[in-house]
Write a protein that binds this ligand. Structure first.
Ligand code: ADP
Ligand code: MG
Length: 257
């Protein structure tokens, strides 16, 4: 079986800072790939480059879509690119303000992605929206409320519902549990864990929190100064880290907890 996503020598610079330096890896369907590293190591930049939120300065991103077509993302025609990022891909942002429309209802936030795939029947859209609210454990009575009236944890769960409604082939998550209280984080992690299992999702998950990838990720990439310094199966990387930087990351967690 071929890869879902292939990243080949991806490079991104900001002036004379190389935020992503020749990054290469594959992601396979059904896999949760965690990207860990300390703040400033280039995780968000990498995720946004792959997800086409940022332009890349070198290298290539290749995606195998649901029709088994192998797409060079940079060379996709605009309409096809839009369709990809609005339906087959989903982005869960660290800050819900970047991933939600705060001035329209929860239901409308979910409906927007359905409208993009051409669903027009109002009743069906509302039912779908309710279904996905339930899946992310939001009371369906809140469907007509603005996300600004939701708690932080609810806003993150609404982002998930909004993304999942189009049954995406690939989901990008940037620090999905960041900025939440510990108990709220735990609940969101539980939900994420059951969703990725039940829906067989393919996810690239960026976090500085080793506990999050320990629970969710099959494989890990460890980033430092824009480079991958170590990669492998999650248990192997965390239990038997080879690179001094990974050893330090893992042991600092042990000390802090
Ligand atoms: P992480 O997500 O791992 O914390 P980032 O990808 O946000 O790291 O940042 C990687 C590096 O790129 C950091 O040194 C950061 O200061 C720098 N950087 C990020 N965004 C920009 C930007 N828009 N302009 C200039 N430098 C940036
Ligand atoms: Mg970041």
């Amino acid at each position: 079986m071929g890869y879902l996503l292939n990243i080949n020598q991806l490079t991104k610079t900001y002036g004379n800072l190389t935020a992503c330096d020749n990054i290469s890896f594959d992601l396979y369907s059904g896999q949760i790939l965690g990207i860990v590293g300390e703040s400033g190591s280039g995780k968000s930049t990498l995720l946004n480059c792959i997800g086409s939120n940022l332009s890349i300065d070198g290298g290539k991103v290749t995606y195998t879509n649901s029709n088994n077509e192998i797409l060079n993302i940079k060379q996709l025609p605009e309409a096809q690119h839009r369709k990809l990022t609005k339906t087959e891909w989903g982005f869960v942002q660290q800050n819900p303000r970047d991933g939600l429309r705060m001035n329209v209802t929860a239901g409308a936030n979910i409906a927007e992605r359905l409208l993009n795939v051409g669903v027009r029947h109002y009743g069906n859209i509302r039912e779908e929206a309710k279904y996905w609210l339930e899946q992310v454990e939001i009371d369906t009575n809140r469907i007509d409320d603005l996300p600004s009236t939701f708690s932080g944890g609810m806003q993150q769960r609404l982002q998930l519902a909004r993304v999942l409604v189009t049954k995406p082939g690939l989901i990008f998550m940037d620090e999905p549990t960041g900025g939440l209280d510990v108990s709220v984080q735990a609940r969101l992690l539980d939900l994420l864990r059951s969703l990725v299992r039940n829906l067989d999702l393919s996810v690239i998950l960026v976090t500085h929190d080793i506990g999050v990838v320990r629970l969710l990720a099959h494989r890990l990439l460890v980033m430092k100064n824009g480079q991958i310094v170590e990669s492998g199966l999650t248990d192997r990387v965390l239990d038997d880290p080879q690179h001094p930087y990974t050893q330090q990351l893992v042991s600092s967690v042990l000390i802090n907890n």
